[in-house]
Design a protein around this ligand. Sequence first.
Ligand code: FAD
Length: 323
Amino acid sequence: MSILVYAEHADGTFKKSAYEAVSYAKAIADITNTWVTAVTIGDISTSELASLGHYGATTVLHVSSEQLNRFINQAYASVVAAAANHANADLVIVSNSFSGKGLAPRIAAKLGAGLADGAVELPVVEGNKLTVKKTAFSGKAFAFTELISDKKVISLNINAFEAQETGDTPQIETFSPPIEERDLATIVEEIVRITDKVSLPEAEIVVSAGRGLKGPENWGMIEELADALGAATACSKPVSDAGWRPHSEHVGQTGITVSPNLYIAIGISGAIQHLAGISASKTIVVINKDPEAPFFKVADYGVVGDAFEVIPKLTAAIKAYKG
Ligand code: FAD
């Protein structure tokens, strides 16, 4: 079994999730006694390409084409499927990112492969069968998917597997698969960046607040805490519905799913629809003045207290600790 990883980059710098995906593939390759090929698309430096070798890629296929400088779902799926065939790969790994969510099923369809999306840990390997633990029902449960087809695709949840450096230098190859006209039916004209902050689905730390904050004028202390921690900010649905925060910060069943190492929930009750979006978080800290708030049931650490007293003290302590 050879393994192909699609490595995502942003403006020529690999995302942390790309290194996680390569490390994940390398760990499977070590179990199955095979090797990892990575494929990436777009303008990127040779040294950046080489960095994938540090995480376990033996070969890096670089696809450079003006038509593909911006992400196009169909075209990128065709390129990754072509790369899988080129590398004789029977397992393809992508990150379960915004683009990966669209790519994984398309790649699987093109390869006639079985798909497990949202993997949270290494699969159990038994001969040709991979049993993949993954999130299900908007993150409310875990499921075990058995991949028994010859070709397989796994999308890996962000922050689910730690990137591990191995220190090798990969072979870098230019790869130029033909791009069909129908794959370019959708053209991305312009990308408008609405924030320079770390994107919420990829954040390692998320500071999230709810209606307990009383109003938008009180978000200064949430942003200060987030800045002190290098975190992204998020909120509950009623907060974005009320226009206190942008909808892009709304976490939950009807919003964004996050999988950070640390999720700090402040003044959020912990309704099932909110928990649906955060259950893949590694450590959950809840700050709520009501000791009976349902959120405490899923918390690793809880602080029963008034956010308006706790948050400034917590921020001051973090700043003092960081010097
Ligand atoms: P509240 O429920 O009002 O809770 C506020 C909390 O703040 C309380 O626990 C209170 O004790 C605490 N508090 C008050 N003052 C303080 C203080 N000074 N210090 C500390 N704590 C304080 N919700 C989502 O978030 N995401 C979703 O995707 C989502 N999808 C939904 C889909 C459907 C179909 C439906 C029906 C609902 C959905 N909801 C969603 C709404 C969800 O059911 C809850 O109503 C919502 O999550 C509650 O938001 P909240 O916790 O901010 O507010």
